[in-house]
Write a protein that binds this ligand. Structure first.
Ligand code: SF4
Length: 285
């Protein structure tokens, strides 16, 4: 069967750097190894890291002692309080926070120091958002347009002259971000909007959209738990192409054999080797 790869797919620069730094740490440090939260949304990579000795720390239940250990901070980053806690418990920190996320964290800190109420448009329980909000004293996380409207209304009722700014989770879609900003601007027309969206997910969506014209169906290699992977599937469905997310080659659906040409894409957490395996398996159908 013919397989065509999307022009852009798989690991983004931030995830690649995170994984490389973790692998390097495993070689370099003969200590206990930790990550704060799962390093990436990919089961196979997490299994490989576990085999190298990594354990995953729960940010809400950090242990009392971390002496003689090395802790890798994933691309989503952590808040300053969590960093302080880790350092005080004696671990060596390898900071693999994505530079784009770091930029958002520093922007939140700067805005907070200037007295802004900082809206953060994104998923409340997402590691990146949890980290960024710790940098701003006065932050409000809003998941969608409706929540943005309600939060802005409440703030307006308390302080109609509040200085307001908004930061988006790096993986929010442009349309969602614009809708959130518009809702806040109904109360605070001077809202300072910061462009924090990362081009990596958009680039993968655009590449997949372009591929749709050339193929009969799509396979997205990745973990269904990864939100950018699910967005790729949604892009396929917008272009009315049948599509499947597959964790690995063994998960390819049998009905794939009835299509002529298959397009292949992959989320930002999907390792190169896994993409190659899925590609080979489709070509043998
Ligand atoms: S999607 Fe963008 S912001 Fe997120 S880790 Fe990758 S490069 Fe960094």
């Amino acid at each position: 069967m013919r397989v065509i790869r999307a022009r852009t797919l798989g690991f983004c620069a931030g995830v690649r750097r995170t994984v490389d730094l973790a692998l390097e740490a495993a070689k370099k440090y003969e200590t206990r190894l930790f990550t704060v939260g799962p390093l990436i949304h990919n089961e196979r990579t997490l299994r490989e890291l576990a085999e190298l000795g990594f354990s995953v720390l729960d940010e809400d239940k950090l242990p009392e002692s971390l002496v003689h250990s090395t802790t890798v901070i994933r691309a989503h980053g952590i808040g300053p309080q969590t960093r302080q806690y880790l350092l005080q418990r004696g671990t060596k920190i390898i900071d693999a926070t994505c530079p784009k996320v770091r930029k958002s964290q520093l922007k939140a800190l700067e805005l907070s120091k200037k007295g802004f109420a900082v809206f953060i448009a994104g998923e409340k329980n997402h590691g990146e958002v949890r980290g960024i909000r710790m940098f701003a004293r006065n932050s409000l996380v809003v998941e969608d347009e409706g929540e943005a409207f309600d939060a802005a209304k409440e703030l307006f009722s308390k302080n109609k002259d509040a200085k307001t700014a908004v930061i988006g989770q790096t993986t929010i879609s442009g349309a969602e971000y614009r809708a959130v900003c518009a809702a806040i601007k109904r109360f605070f027309p001077d809202l300072a909007v910061h462009d924090t969206i990362c081009g990596a997910t958009v680039a993968r969506q655009k590449a997949l959209a372009a591929l749709c014209a050339e193929v009969d169906a799509l396979v997205i290699a990745g973990d269904p738990a990864s939100s950018n992977t699910r967005r790729l599937l949604a892009t396929a469905s917008t272009h009315t192409k049948p599509g499947w997310i597959v964790r690995d080659a063994s998960a390819l659906p049998p009905e794939l054999g009835s299509f002529g040409t298959i397009g292949l894409s992959a989320g930002t957490s999907t390792p190169d080797a896994l993409i190659g395996e899925v590609e080979r398996a489709i070509s043998l159908l």
